[in-house]
Design a protein around this ligand. Structure first.
Ligand SMILES: Nc1nc2c(ncn2[C@@H]2O[C@H](COP(=O)(O)OP(=O)(O)OP(=O)(O)O)[C@@H](O)[C@H]2O)c(=O)[nH]1
Length: 386
């Protein structure tokens, strides 16, 4: 029974997600509005579907029939919304809704809740992806309609039973308006949160390897530096990577980069950071690590790569890594540290690759690559200070 409940719940959640998810092609700034409007259509559909049978039960067939009309209109609106006919979808929904409210007010003894439905229509209008001018114009129309509806002469009878039923319907209507407003606002916040997380993650992480991007890793390094925390930097570069691209294609090269990044991340501790700072070049930050700890980490990475070589289509691609290590006590500025790690990386390459260099080269002139990396640090520091 429990598993059946969970299975149904999962299916419903999946269906809800499928109906409300913005198409991938939709521009980032339009996704939030798209998703919240899709949620409103679905929510309105569910609530009115729940209320429709009640209308027939309490002998209000006209309202019940109008409810069914609304349900059909919401389905059409949702389909059109998904085809990005956003304005047409909203027009259909609003018009059907207005007919429902106007007729409802004319036949019901108690109009209060139906008037509040018009307020909800205004909320919907404001959230829709329409031009400001259109919103203002339609708002003016909604105000006029609301005032007009307030002065509609009631067509209902005045016997005691009918007014008790109408009061019950009116209370139910008001409760539904509250529920809709709460759900819409909470969903709106959740959708905004979700998109903000996504944008922040896109801004921080490298899209190919999912480790930190160049700017984010340098910013993190500058935070360690400013807080005067002891740390080590390790520059890691794949050897002869060009050959992998040349011999197996760029897509295979991408897969190898992804494999290397995953392996680096998995070989380090939780507080360490990995970032991609160039094509096949990664920067590791190891807080509280001295020279011997960082050499141990580098050895762990090389062992891990030896034990888990990159395999694609059952072909094993042999990749080795060269690394240069520097610790925070070896430079007066962060850029010195990065330059030193780069000189040591260069030394590892010159000495035949597939090795780790953690000593020496303190006085050698900076390589061009080191200057490029150091500029990255400066930029990260500038952004941080701004
Ligand atoms: N597949 C793939 N290749 C990339 C990417 N970014 C850079 N590269 C390639 O990485 C290669 C780097 O080549 P080189 O700088 O000559 O270095 P290398 O071949 O690794 O040689 P050494 O570093 O000296 O061992 C170039 O062929 C770039 O095109 C990427 O995102 N994907």
């Amino acid at each position: 029974m429990r598993s059946l409940f969970f299975a149904i719940r999962q299916k419903c959640t999946e269906l809800w997600r499928r109906c409300t998810k913005a198409p991938d092609a939709l521009a980032a700034e339009r996704r939030r509005s798209f998703e919240i409007m899709a949620e409103i259509y679905l929510l309105a559909f569910c609530l009115q579907a729940a209320v429709a049978p009640l209308m027939f039960l309490v002998d209000r067939p006209l309202l019940g029939g109008l409810n069914l009309l609304c349900l059909a209109a919401y389905v059409v609106a949702l389909v059109l919304h998904h085809r990005l006919f956003v304005a047409t979808a909203l027009t259909i929904k609003l018009c059907t809704f207005l007919v429902f409210v106007i007729v409802g007010v004319a036949v019901a003894a108690n109009q209060t809740s139906l008037i509040y439905y018009l307020l909800f229509a205004e909320v919907e209008l404001m959230l829709a992806d329409l031009r400001r001018r259109t919103k203002i114009l339609v708002t003016a129309c909604l105000i006029a309609i609301t005032l007009g509806v307030l002065h509609l002469p009631p067509l209902h009878g005045t016997d005691a039973t009918s007014s008790a039923v109408d009061t019950m319907l009116s209370d139910l209507g008001l409760a539904l308006v509250f529920v809709m407003l709460c759900v819409v606002i909470l969903r709106m916040l959740a959708i905004t949160d979700h998109h903000e997380h996504r944008y922040r993650s896109d801004a921080m992480y490298d899209s190919l390897t999912r480790v930190l991007n160049r700017r984010a890793i340098f910013e993190r390094a500058s935070v360690h530096w400013r807080t005067q925390r002891d740390f080590a930097v390790v520059l890691v570069d794949a050897d002869h990577f060009k050959e992998i691209n040349d011999n197996h294609g760029h897509t295979t090269g991408d897969a190898v980069l992804y494999h290397l990044a995953t392996l680096l991340r998995e070989s380090l501790r939780g507080e360490d950071s990995v970032g991609r700072v160039g094509g096949e070049e990664f920067l590791l930050l190891l807080p509280d690590a001295g020279k011997s700890d960082s050499i141990a980490a580098a050895t762990r990475i090389r062992d891990s790569l030896a034990n888990h070589p990159c395999r694609l289509d059952k072909v094993e691609l042999s990749v080795t890594l060269s690394m240069g290590i520097a610790t925070s006590d070896e430079g007066l500025h962060l850029r010195d540290l990065i330059e030193l790690a780069d000189r040591r990386l260069y030394a590892a390459k010159s000495a035949g690759r597939d090795q780790v260099v953690a000593e020496g080269y303190l006085d050698t002139a900076a390589s061009r690559n080191a200057q490029r990396l150091a500029q990255g640090v400066e930029r990260a520091l500038e952004t941080d200070e701004a």
